[in-house]
Each structure stands twice: as C-alpha cells, then as structure tokens.
Design a protein around this ligand. Structure first.
Ligand code: AMP
Length: 123
C-alpha cells in the first residue's frame, strides 16, 4: 500500500496540525498522545514518509534511524520516564491495530504498566 501523505502524523510533522511537542530534531518529532493510555503517553515519529516499522527499517537512512532512536530516548528522559521505567511499542499493520499509517513509537510511563501484551486467546 502506498504511503498517504495526508495522514494525521504527516500533517503534524509538517506543522499543519498542532501537537504538544516534547522533542524535535532534524528528522524526528515526539509529542503527547491526544488520548493517553497511561499517565505519560508520548509518540515519536520520523518526519519522513514511512508507513510502518518495516518500511522505516528497510528504507530510512542510517542518519534517520539513529535520529529517531535518540529522539525517543531523549523524549523518555524529558517527560521523566527514565527513573521509574517505561515501555515502548510500535503497532505495525492490521493485526496490531495500527490506526495511523505513519510510523510512531508509543512511550508509556508514569506508573505500573501491567502485563506486557493483551493477547486474545484462540478457540
Ligand atoms: P496506533 O493505534 O498505534 O496507530 O496509535 C495511534 C495513536 O495516535 C493513538 O494512541 C491516538 O490516540 C493517537 N493520535 C491520533 N491522532 C492524534 C493527534 N492528532 N495528536 C496526538 N495523538 C494522536
């Protein structure tokens, strides 16, 4: 599927939609999730046109990848998530219920985050 440049995170990256910014670098942006699912919930996106984790891993430059990972670490520190601990998660594709078709890393923190993943049982 082709990347949709009109998705909401592409608009945030271009500054066309406001966000509560945490960290901005040359290639990445971290901002607070609009519907937080933990006391602290931040999203970290590359500014480039990458739909999901796999396309970013396959096509992004080494500079973009390093920038995104470092921006995520800086964002975690900026919101005070490092001391108590935090979780990172990137939903990719249908089975993971990815809603926005632009790569984003969730950072959850601010209290006990419970079990790692809620898997639906078969049968
Ligand atoms: P995912 O299901 O992994 O694609 O997660 C998409 C996330 O984007 C959800 O947690 C939404 O609350 C969040 N979200 C959607 N629109 C916005 C927005 N305009 N600003 C900040 N977060 C948003």
């Amino acid at each position: 599927m082709a990347y949709d440049p009109e998705n909401v995170f592409a608009k945030i990256a271009r500054g066309e939609i406001p966000s509560r910014k945490v960290v901005e670098t040359e290639h990445s942006l971290a901002f607070h999730d609009i519907r937080p699912q933990a006391p602290i919930h931040v999203l970290v996106i590359p500014k480039g046109p990458y739909q999901d984790f796999e396309s970013f891993a396959a096509r992004a430059s080494a500079e973009e990848i390093v920038d995104w990972v470092r921006a995520a670490g800086r964002a975690a520190r900026e919101v005070g998530a490092v001391e108590g601990g935090f979780r990172v998660l990137a939903n990719s594709g249908t089975d993971a219920h990815q809603e926005v078709p632009h790569l984003h890393l969730h950072i959850f923190a601010g209290g006990d985050l419970g079990p790692m993943i809620g898997l639906r049982r078969r049968g």
